[in-house]
Design a protein around this ligand. Structure first.
Ligand code: IPM
Ligand code: MG
Length: 358
């Protein structure tokens, strides 16, 4: 029997509730798969600051690096918004991504047939959408120097080096090879020098993948095209901030931000987390949608542990729960047969996953 060590970082707001449901689903299948998961919890975000004075204690980094994967909930909340920047939950998360060197953030935006009425766009526009946003995660304007502010001025710098662009481009092309072999690289090369370098380097890397079709699009146009005709996209390759914005936009194609998982990978271990935030306004009410986190756990099984069948079982169980009409509150208006709580949704998916024989 294989043994995997998983670091759980529940975080703030709805983080603990949604992680608990993902663990429930993982445990429901690992019993009859040939592996065992051992969990160890670690602190990050506002809760870590409250206890230790640091949003990212060193212990969390050490534990994570000593495990096979990190399953992460969400961090942040108004309570910590007025802290100085380094003490804020978000700074902990950014430092964490940097320490783990997770430079590639994979954000699949898939429209479930069962939820084709849930999007604010017309069903014929979104049915069949299957996009993979490949977002560079530890560079760009989030990390560039110089940065700072005084009373009258604030500044950040968008920087990318050739090496940073090369490695994320390879990731996008490799993923495209296992999909529809199309990469659309997003930039603002008509205005930004950093984007012109991005475009030139991506074009160079593309020569190593002759089967993949590369196109380029300015980010403002991409934001429009995602709404106009999202099916034109297969893999979208973006820098850090453009990917942050476009992946939130892409989540609305699927109907709820509570559905989208992500995998952050690099040369060390990976971090698997929903793309949504900690939603403090609904924390503790049992109404958060756990599907994004459960789907992130599935990505963890697939990418970090190579447990493909287990991942397929979870994905099938999510689909089954949706097609049977189970909905959390965020999706209650769309073909719902039964409205369920966070924990009921977790149990339903766990149950289907346990029964699923693939
Ligand atoms: C995300 C989030 C983070 C980001 C925040 C919480 C720092 O919005 O993962 O998309 O901007 O990367
Ligand atoms: Mg974001």
């Amino acid at each position: 029997m294989k043994n995997y060590k998983i670091t759980l970082i529940k975080g703030d707001g709805i983080g603990p509730e949604i992680i608990d449901e993902a663990v429930k689903v993982l445990d429901a299948i690992s019993t009859d798969e040939d592996f065992e998961l051992k969990y160890d919890e670690a602190l990050m975000g506002g809760c870590a600051y409250d206890i230790t004075g640091d949003p990212l204690p060193q212990e969390t980094i050490d534990k994570s690096l000593a495990s096979d994967a990190v399953l992460f909930g969400a961090i942040g909340g108004q309570k910590w918004d007025s802290l100085e920047r380094e003490k804020r939950p978000e700074s902990g998360l950014l430092r964490f991504r940097k320490e783990l060197e997770v430079f590639a953030n994979l954000r699949p935006a898939v429209v479930y047939d069962e939820l084709v009425n849930a999007s604010s766009l017309k069903p014929e526009i979104i049915q069949g959408v299957d996009i993979m946003v490949v977002r560079e995660l530890i560079g760009g304007i989030y990390f560039g120097e110089p940065k700072g502010r005084d009373e009258n001025k604030g500044w950040n710098t968008m920087v990318y080096t050739r090496d940073e662009i090369v490695r994320i481009a390879h990731e996008a092309f490799k993923i495209a090879m296992s999909r529809d072999k199309r990469v659309c690289s997003i930039d603002k090369a008509n205005v930004l020098d950093v984007s012109q370098l991005w475009r030139d380097v991506v074009t160079e890397v593309a020569t190593e993948y002759p089967e993949v079709t590369l196109t380029h699009m300015y980010v403002d146009n991409a934001a429009m095209q995602l709404i106009l005709n999202p099916k034109q996209f297969d893999v979208m390759l973006t820098g850090n901030i453009f990917g942050d914005i476009l992946s939130d936009e892409a989540s609305m194609l699927s109907g709820s931000i509570g559905l989208l998982p992500s995998a952050s990978i690099g040369s060390k271990i990976g971090v698997y987390e929903p793309i949504h935030g900690s939603a403090p306004d609904i924390a503790g009410q049992g109404i958060a949608n756990p599907i994004a986190t459960i789907a992130s756990a599935s990505m963890m099984l697939r990418y970090a542990l190579g447990e493909e069948r287990a991942a397929d079982r979870i994905d099938a169980a999510i689909k089954q729960a949706l097609s049977e009409g189970y909905r959390t509150k965020d999706l209650s208006a769309f073909d719902a047969k039964e409205i369920c709580s966070t924990s009921e949704m977790g149990s339903i998916i766990a149950n289907y996953a346990a029964k699923c024989t693939l």
